[in-house]
Design a protein around this ligand. Structure first.
Ligand SMILES: [Zn+2]
Ligand SMILES: [Zn+2]
Length: 131
């Protein structure tokens, strides 16, 4: 199955094959700022599963505790994908950018110390990442 993550204006997209190696939500400050939401929905696909990158993206290097290079649509600024130092052979993607077909339910919640107190998640999700 090939899935496509699309930016807000539709000029940029990334297509990935197969299933994500990691499918989770993250409550850290970096993910909140990236999304402007209460948490980030982050999926990681092996680099070999990246089928194509469409459109003109602009890179932003984020330093700090989780250094990463984020690639966003040059027109609308939506973050489409990123490469993180801690998982160099994978590409991270913003889960909410996949429309149809969508992604399966996440299986893990991380950086739970930053979780907003009103966010309730399914009890069967893991609370730490096992690689
Ligand atoms: Zn765009
Ligand atoms: Zn995070």
């Amino acid at each position: 199955m090939v899935r496509k993550a699309v930016c807000c204006c539709g000029q940029c997209a990334i297509e990935v094959a197969g299933e994500p190696s990691i499918n989770g939500v993250c409550h850290c400050g970096d993910c909140k700022r990236r999304t402007g939401s209460a948490f980030g929905w982050n999926v990681y696909f092996a680099d070999a599963e990246v089928v194509s990158i469409i459109g003109e993206v602009r890179d932003y290097r984020l330093e700090g505790h989780n250094p990463q290079t984020r690639s966003s649509c040059a027109t609308c600024g939506s973050t489409l994908f990123w490469k993180s130092a801690w998982l160099p052979d994978h590409t991270g993607l913003a889960g909410g950018r996949f429309a149809e077909p969508g992604l399966p339910e996440p299986t893990v919640t991380v950086s739970n110390h930053g979780r907003e107190p009103w966010v309730e998640l399914p009890g069967n999700w893991a609370t730490e990442l096992k690689l």
